[in-house]
Design a protein around this ligand. Sequence first.
Ligand SMILES: Cc1cc2nc3c(=O)[nH]c(=O)nc-3n(C[C@H](O)[C@H](O)[C@H](O)COP(=O)(O)OP(=O)(O)OC[C@H]3O[C@@H](n4cnc5c(N)ncnc54)[C@H](O)[C@@H]3O)c2cc1C
Length: 462
Amino acid sequence: MTTNGNVSFWYAKDGLPVPRPALAGDMDVDVAIVGAGYTGLWSAYYLAKADPSLRIAVIESRFAGFGASGRNGGWLANTITGGREGYVKSHGRALVGDFQRMLNETVDEVINVAAAEGIDAHIHKGGELLVARNRAQLSRLEAMAKDQLKWPEDDAVRLSGKAMGERIKVAGALGGMYIPHCARIHPARLVRGLARAVESLGVKIHENTLVTEIRAAGNGKGPSAVTERGTVRAAAVLRATEGFTANLAQSHRDWLPMNSSMIVTQPLDSKAWDSIGWQGRETLEDLAHAYVYLQRTDDDRIAIGGRGVPYRYGSRTDMDGATQPATVGALTGILHAMFPAAAGARIEHAWSGVLGVPRDWRATVNFDPATGLGFAGGYVGTGVTATNLAGRTLTDLVLGRKTKATAMPWVNRQVRRWEPEPLRWLAVQGMYAMYHRADEHEKGGRGSTSPIAVIADRISGR
Ligand SMILES: Cc1cc2nc3c(=O)[nH]c(=O)nc-3n(C[C@H](O)[C@H](O)[C@H](O)COP(=O)(O)OP(=O)(O)OC[C@H]3O[C@@H](n4cnc5c(N)ncnc54)[C@H](O)[C@@H]3O)c2cc1C
């Protein structure tokens, strides 16, 4: 039987963690961080390293790694959330090139810190593969390859159908693209290891403590995080709640909580792997509009994820990772279509998580010294690497340092908010219905992107 939920498959072997003690009452610290996912923990890590005298508290509603950081697809990739072109318009080509190089280097930073801190997160830097599975996808791949010529920083290589098949045999593959700056990871092992690492630096993590309000400095008082168990007063309060941010009243329409769901097979036998290949353990994604992302796990399973039911009315977020049976069925169908050799493998676990989508689909790192408040997020499903750079950037901003990181184009942006309900729900439902229809349309063999997807892109503001 397929396990559904229970946070995610990534906890199935080691078990859900024993909770750390909750906040015991009011407290004064130097920096309070709300949320113990990668963003909150990387921020705590670099702040504690930069100034070991800082008193830092991380306040977490459930447990460290409960959110997307303990549930994701394990792609430690160099993606600039929302793409590069928008930033070229606002900040110029040279800075975006620097941003891309910084994200490339951040992949290695995470790998190096994990090694230095003794975190065994099953990291394998095998690069990232994109695969085109029909002619319309191939036409998008060609356009991407042309665009990549302008971005040598990405080191992308266009692959023929044959070259793609020599790496991974995806049924019906017509071509691919390889980007070397990506590693496969075990998400929960990284976030749990990181939580232990920050504790060893003296940071206090309080679990099972819900922050109900974040207050800015004013009227002679500093900023604070208000919880049901006491108030944490600090010189700086950093919000690191990503897909859950809509639950905080004052931030309800900042980021839309989008669901992403995954399934994982039982370990495949050597006969199946002989026919699939995938010796390089690259991460893999197709070029459908409602795309899927995959990894070959350390213990030889295939984990595959995609959008499923994208959004719940009123920005409702989590059900401890349970996902809809229809989504499990849809992902299983795509898995079998891509890898007929995996068709006999049992689906052992299914789960989902939430990620934060800003109105312009681009991530942000902000800190305002006047209010003492900061935040980072809006990574739209590409936060595994970006959270590390966000944590280092927040550290520099809180400590008042002007660095290369604080000059990056995602720092201190203002983004307009999402529409109120029911417009928000209707727009997202409509958008994904259109993407699914466009994918069906393209399966018919047309040679270019379906116009339905072009309209959906316009509506969504992507
Ligand atoms: C299924 C799935 C697959 C994904 N795959 C990839 C991938 O392969 N590669 C990639 O780059 N990105 C991926 N992502 C996105 C990536 O996981 C996230 O961008 C990243 O983990 C965000 O980290 P975070 O710390 O900002 O947020 P989270 O990990 O969500 O952490 C937020 C934390 O805040 C806590 N919290 C929320 N509200 C409160 C409150 N009021 N008080 C106290 N605590 C609170 C939550 O419990 C949670 O622990 C995926 C996401 C999902 C859901």
